[in-house]
Ligand binder design. Structure first.
Ligand code: GAP
Length: 536
């Protein structure tokens, strides 16, 4: 699939726009247009319905150790700064960046790749921000340019091995930066905290400093006690939250995949420590199934368990659900969601203070004077189990998904081109989005075949009957073939057409986007027919 075609469709049909575009845009920020907002809302609503409101808490779902409860939360984007100190984000949430003194550009240290090459008695490390074939081609072009060689002189370039990561290079003096003309312009890697800083109230100094949340999860942990005290929940149970998160990514890229403002859909699932490995496996498999049920399947979607050495110090298991986005080099996958076993790390940190590992233990980190480096809330965040009469700090399983990445993956998977017969039976190329009906921004479009003979009146009556139930679009402009094409391109699963026969027998045609099958139903049965088709 050609990513440029999808990007162009998204702009042309109002799915996605660059933020502040009339002022030249702002890198890493995206606006959802009229159809994009419907699509993303449908993704978030499908998640909320399937994980929270639609969850049957009376019976254990397939694969779950037992029945469990799910509740929701909507916490603030700006929280007490101590939250981020105890969560570890203040000290540890950073990437390493390198700056280019020549181009004034900034790169993530681990995202610059390159190859050693020699020619005309000089050896340089020529870099690119791409991997795979694209990275190889880019480095080749740059090397030719640097050594002032023509394509026919390519044999003069002596390459050493394959693409390496800049993290594998110690001395930058021979490194030709991705946008530089001469080597040695990259600075040594420096830490860069990804949290956006702001100031609360009139205080502009450190006293008023606060952060935009880089994840929604911490809002859930700090409300654990409130939820337990105010709702009739008992462990095991989950708290779900959907909302904006902000990360000052050094190199935002790949459309909405890596943005600076994005939305997360997170669950913190609190369970008894001995059962936590079973709950971890349950959530990993349940979340993977969610994507397949909504149309991401086959080789482009995979569930990848982290290797032991990749795990955070407090975790006994983490898996990523990944998708082979078309902008990635062949064989590479991008993360859609992480499912992590977080132990009791977060609740204990907010109780006792920021924790660090000491041997096999998690202990409060101390400063040079032996005081806690970041003091916790001191509030009791353990749980008393009425049945077993035990008090313990629950373990947590965290399925953490990105709403924008999921939306992008659904769009990529849905994009298709095929050949269909036009009104005269001649083949014509069409572009369609094969979106799952639950996700499609418009569920049904209603057309009068022509703008006369009472057809618009019948079509408008059907439109108004459907309106309270589904997102419906009315269109009477242009040839009907063009109207079908416009709906196919935005993923509308069904089109209803009022034609000459309607005026005789009261039936209309319904057309299926994917199969192009058409069938007739009574005009007054359209609502039940469409509702029946949408419950899938
Ligand atoms: N609470 C755990 C957490 O935030 P994460 O892996 O950093 O974990 C979870 O983020 C998900 O949020 C990712 O799998 C991804 O879908 C989404 N996400 C993270 N950073 C993002 C970014 N810069 N742009 C878009 N989505 C992002």
């Amino acid at each position: 699939m050609d990513m440029e075609k999808l990007v162009s469709l998204c702009k042309r049909r109002g799915f996605l726009f660059q933020s502040s575009e009339i002022y030249g845009g702002l890198n890493g920020f995206w606006d959802y247009g009229p159809l994009g907002v419907e699509l993303k809302r449908n993704v978030k609503e499908a998640w909320w319905r399937d994980m929270v409101t639609g969850h049957d808490e009376l019976a254990a779902p397939a694969g779950a150790p037992r029945a469990y409860q799910m509740v929701g939360l909507d916490s603030t984007i700006i929280m007490h700064p101590q939250v981020w100190k105890c969560s570890g984000h203040y000290d540890l949430f950073h990437d390493f960046m390198v700056d280019c003194r020549e181009s004034k550009k900034r790169y993530r240290h681990d995202q610059v790749r390159g190859r050693w090459v020699s020619a005309k008695g000089q050896r340089i490390f020529v870099t690119s921000q791409s991997g795979g074939e694209e990275g190889l081609a880019e480095t080749q072009q740059k090397a030719l340019k640097f050594f002032n060689l023509r394509a026919k002189d390519i044999a003069q370039l002596a390459w050493e091995g394959d693409l390496l990561n800049l993290t594998q290079v110690d001395d930058f003096s021979q490194v030709l930066g991705p946008d530089a003309k001469s080597p040695g312009t990259l600075t040594p890697p420096r830490e860069f905290n990804l949290m956006f800083k702001t100031y609360v109230g009139a205080l502009s100094g450190e006293e008023g400093a606060a952060f935009l949340r880089p994840e929604t999860a911490q809002g859930i942990f700090v409300n654990f006690k409130n939820v337990c005290d105010s709702s009739r929940v008992s462990v095991p149970f989950g708290i779900a939250q959907v909302g904006k998160s902000f990360r000052n990514e050094i190199t935002p890229r790949n459309f909405t995949f890596r943005s600076r403002e994005f939305e997360q859909m997170e669950i913190e699932f609190f369970c008894h420590p001995p059962q936590s490995p079973d709950w971890y496996r349950y959530w990993r498999d349940r979340r993977y199934r969610w994507y397949t049920e909504l149309g991401l399947a086959g080789e482009r979607l995979r569930l990848r368990d982290h290797e032991q050495e990749e795990l955070s110090h407090y975790s006994c298991g983490t898996a990523d659900i990944e998708y082979a986005f078309p902008f990635l080099p062949p064989g590479e996958f991008g993360e859609l969601e992480g499912i992590a076993h977080r132990g009791d790390f977060d609740l204990r940190s907010h109780m006792e203070g920021k924790l660090v590992r000491q041997g096999n233990e998690l202990v409060v980190e101390k400063d040079a004077e032996g005081k806690p480096r970041h003091r916790g809330s001191g509030k009791e965040l353990s749980y008393f189990d009425d049945e077993t009469r035990e008090r313990f700090v629950p373990h947590v399983i965290e399925p953490s998904a990105g709403a924008d990445r999921a939306t992008l993956a659904f769009l990529c998977e849905a994009y298709h081109e095929d050949m269909v017969p036009d009104e005269n039976g001649k083949p014509r190329e069409r572009t369609l989005l094969k979106l799952h009906p639950r996700l499609a921004p418009i569920k049904v479009a209603v057309f009068p075949l022509v703008k006369k003979d009472g057809m618009p009146e019948v079509a408008q009556k059907i439109y108004r009957a459907l309106k309270p139930h589904v997102t419906v679009f009315y269109d009477e402009k242009g040839a009907v073939g063009r109207r079908y094409a416009r709906q196919d391109e935005v993923g509308t699963p069904f089109c209803i057409t009022v034609d000459g026969q309607t005026l005789g027998d009261g039936t209309v045609t319904i057309r299926d986007r994917d199969t192009l099958k058409q069938w007739r139903v009574k005009a007054e049965d359209c609502v039940s027919e469409i509702k029946g088709k949408l419950i899938v």
